[in-house]
Design a protein around this ligand. Structure first.
Ligand SMILES: Nc1ncnc2c1ncn2[C@@H]1O[C@H](COP(=O)(O)OP(=O)(O)OP(=O)(O)O)[C@@H](O)[C@H]1O
Length: 329
């Protein structure tokens, strides 16, 4: 369990600064998720912590030690990539034990550690198979096993689930959360998927264009997004956000209301609109409305609601659930 601290970390490619002074503390044992849209710099930040990318300036500390210029192998980290990067000609057992063999650890120790990791990850029946005879989820577990066996101070994950289908992704989310609880290790995890961030993180770091937009627990970010960017990024379906005249009429620069915080009725509401499209998800229904006073508005209602396209409805925000943002200074 180790603390990770980033101090004024910057990175430029030529004249372009892609990381604009990152200050962040990841506490020992924390599951910290970097989330943000494509190109915001989350992979670059992770690769700088790993030592795969050199920072232009600033400092990286792991377990109280300045590792800013250490080789990746000297930082006490293990990284799991999106492409599992397994050796195709080696068995699962040898893939997991590869790093230990390379370090010339005794055979008995390697066997004992690899077996223990195989058990944690439920890879027992597959230990003698080659990677090509495994499913995507099993391959990802081998890649994670290879990280665990090294007993790192910090685990770094770069979008490890994005090659898996939706069902497997949700199973692996649960497995990773359980693994984190079991190992109690510090983990830093990069994703562009806000559902992964919400469901797995102790702490979420929302990034935007090389800067940290907000840091908080999943519920802090959901309930109190500091900026319209965070408001629009955390939560699904995304928050309805309005700027321009609509926001000015409400006395702010950006007005926001989440789809789940709109009450839809046939009469007596704040806004009148027409149902354009009805998306039935089973437990919930997503209504896409055209509201002349606002524009397009998305609302989330009951699974068995009877609204239909073309119907005129009323929409009202729930009390205290509206967001009024002023333009940044
Ligand atoms: N070698 C490079 N040379 C120049 N620019 C680069 C280089 N590598 C990354 N960048 C730029 O740095 C920025 C951050 O890239 P990065 O890959 O960290 O983003 P990301 O948030 O991880 O995106 P994604 O989710 O698409 O992987 C991007 O604008 C990218 O174009």
């Amino acid at each position: 369990m180790s603390r990770v601290e980033l101090k004024q970390l910057r990175k430029s490619y030529g004249a372009v600064e892609v990381m604009k002074g990152i200050d962040l503390v990841v506490e020992p044992g924390e599951f910290c998720v970097f989330v943000g849209p494509s190109g915001c710099g989350k992979s670059t930040l992770l690769r700088m912590i790993a030592g795969l990318e050199e920072q232009t300036s600033g400092q990286i500390e792991i377990a109280g030690r300045d590792v800013s210029f250490d080789e990746p192998s000297k930082r006490g980290i293990a990284m799991v990539f999106q492409s599992y990067a397994l050796y195709p000609h080696l068995s699962v057992r040898d893939n997991i034990g590869f790093g230990l063999s390379l370090a010339r650890r005794p055979k008995a120790e390697i066997r004992q550690k690899v077996d223990a990791v195989g058990e944690i990850l439920q890879l027992g029946p597959f230990m003698d198979r080659k990677p090509k005879a495994l499913s995507g989820g099993q391959r990802q577990r081998v890649a994670i096993g290879r990280a665990i066996v090294r007993d790192p101070q910090v685990f770094l994950f770069d979008e490890p689930l994005s090659n898996l289908d939706a069902a497997l992704r949700s199973q692996m989310r649960l497995e990773l959360t359980e693994l984190h609880a079991r190992l109690g290790a510090t983990m830093i995890y990069v994703t562009h998927d806000q559902v992964e961030a919400m469901t797995m993180a102790d702490k979420i770091v929302v990034m935007n264009a090389g800067r940290i937009e907000q840091v908080g627990t999943p519920m802090e970010l959901y309930q109190r997004p500091a900026t319209p960017f965070v408001a629009g990024f955390i939560g699904s379906p995304r928050m309805n956000l309005f700027d321009g005249d609509v926001a000015r009429r409400m006395g702010c620069d950006v007005y926001g209301i989440r789809p789940e915080h709109l009450l839809i009725s046939e009469s007596d509401g704040r806004w009148t609109g027409q149902v354009r499209h009805v998306e039935r998800l089973g437990a919930d229904t997503i209504l896409h409305l055209d509201v002349p006073e606002l524009g397009a508005l998305v609302a989330r209602t009951d699974g068995n609601c009877s609204f239909h396209p073309g119907q005129v409805v009323q929409a009202s925000p729930q009390p205290d659930m509206e967001f009024f943002y002023a333009a940044p200074g």
